[in-house]
Write a protein that binds this ligand. Structure first.
Ligand code: NAD
Length: 360
């Protein structure tokens, strides 16, 4: 089949790591008789340099006309790059926020996997890391505290700041449906995280999640409070499969979960809308400190490509093949500098791409 993929390599290491992801996707196309047509687009600093804005309407339109978007990362050194002398709405990151909004991407998926081969990078105690873990945090991305009404004003002479946390049932239902759908493709367990002992928004969240669960009898649902979940992630991460939560809780928990894996260059992410369409990108940034040296770890970008296959193109077998190829290369002891350890063989970014593509 023919699929149209918009490619935004972006800035810094973006171009190096996305090229490796495309190399692996090309191998998949070859092996499984698909055709991927790429349309390369600019966003972030490179778009500012070319067009004076971090994201053009033409780029948004081209993304909308594709089956999925594969992205690297955007932005530069925030202290030295001239991009950060511009007003906030013209800086590289403004492009990404606008793109997410324009594409209606409300569900952010971050798998946090501890590969047995990288266990020594894990920041947890050995008796915990030995069990490994493979959780996926699904964060609501367009509602809640970050998008509610806010103001700072003087109340009876005292400066007072107010942020509003609001969710309606439709916003909760659509992310809950996504969580159960994704759980059906995994180990069929959903942990819904809230603060229902205190917040009205959480009590509605819990009620709607329970309603949605009725349509997925095969999936086990459990509820957990956000504070205890923060502890459980470091105490027993192996218990989690899909975790679904609102915007701010997800922001914090997904960084905590990413940290315990110990390797930023390994973590892919996806942001989905109500259809199968999604934007796929590594969790890390543009790493200007190592850009242009062919030493970045491309695995997060390659695994983002696997998520694209799984969630936007519904190509499960092909996605599995990419993930297995990554594991095989790790088993054989190949490492980029960021995950290097004794007894392993250090390779460059492009070599890592070749090795993974060869094993697909
Ligand atoms: P960063 O994630 O780019 O880098 C943090 C550290 O991790 C650096 O030492 C970097 O070398 C290392 N690192 C990151 N990815 C790596 C990889 N694939 N392989 C090996 N090492 C890797 O974060 P930062 O330095 O705070 O931000 C740099 C720029 O990236 C900023 O402009 C920031 O705004 C931007 N950023 C963009 C995104 C995005 O595009 N979604 C996300 C986060 C940060």
């Amino acid at each position: 089949m023919n699929y149209k993929i918009a490619v935004i390599k972006g800035d810094g290491i973006g171009s190096e790591i996305v090229s490796q992801a495309m190399k692996v996707l090309d191998k998949i196309a070859d092996k499984y008789h698909h055709e991927f047509t790429y349309q390369q687009l600019l966003m972030g600093g490179c778009s500012i340099d070319a067009y004076g804005v971090p994201l053009t309407d033409e780029t948004i339109q081209a993304c909308k006309e594709s089956d999925a978007v594969l992205m690297g990362s955007i932005g530069g050194n925030t202290t030295t790059s001239p991009w950060y002398q511009l007003p906030a709405n013209l800086r590289p990151e403004a492009g990404l926020l606008k793109l997410r909004k324009s594409l209606g991407l409300f569900a952010n998926l971050r798998p946090c996997v501890l590969y047995p081969q990288l266990r020594n990078a894990c920041t947890l105690r050995e008796d915990i890391s030995i069990k490994g873990f493979d959780m996926l945090i699904m964060r609501e991305l367009t509602g809640g505290l970050y998008f509610g009404e806010r103001k700072t004003e003087s109340v009876d002479g005292v400066m007072t700041a107010i942020d509003t946390l609001s969710y309606n049932e439709n916003e909760i239902r659509r992310i809950a449906v996504k969580a159960f759908e994704v759980a059906m493709k995994r180990r069929k367990k959903v942990t819904s995280v809230d603060k229902a002992n205190v917040l009205d928004s959480s009590r509605l969240w819990r009620k709607i999640v329970i309603e949605v669960a009725q349509d997925y009898p095969e999936v086990t649902l459990e509820h957990a409070l956000v504070d205890s979940t923060a502890m459980q992630i470091v105490k027993d991460p192996a218990q989690f499969d899909v975790m679904v939560t609102e915007n701010m809780f997800g922001d914090i928990l997904s960084d905590e979960a990413a940290m315990v894996t110990g390797s930023l260059g390994m973590l892919p992410s996806a942001s989905l809308n109500e259809t199968k369409f999604g934007l796929y990108e590594p969790s890390g940034g543009s790493a200007p400190d190592i850009a242009g040296k062919d030493i970045a770890n491309p695995i997060a970008a390659i695994l983002s490509g696997a998520m694209l296959l799984r969630y936007s193109l519904d190509l499960q077998e092909e996605a599995d093949a990419v993930e297995k190829a990554v594991q095989k290369v790790l088993e054989e002891g190949f490492r980029t500098g960021d995950i290097m350890s004794d007894g392993c063989k250090q390779v460059k970014c492009s070599e890592m791409g070749d090795l993974i593509a060869e094993r697909v």
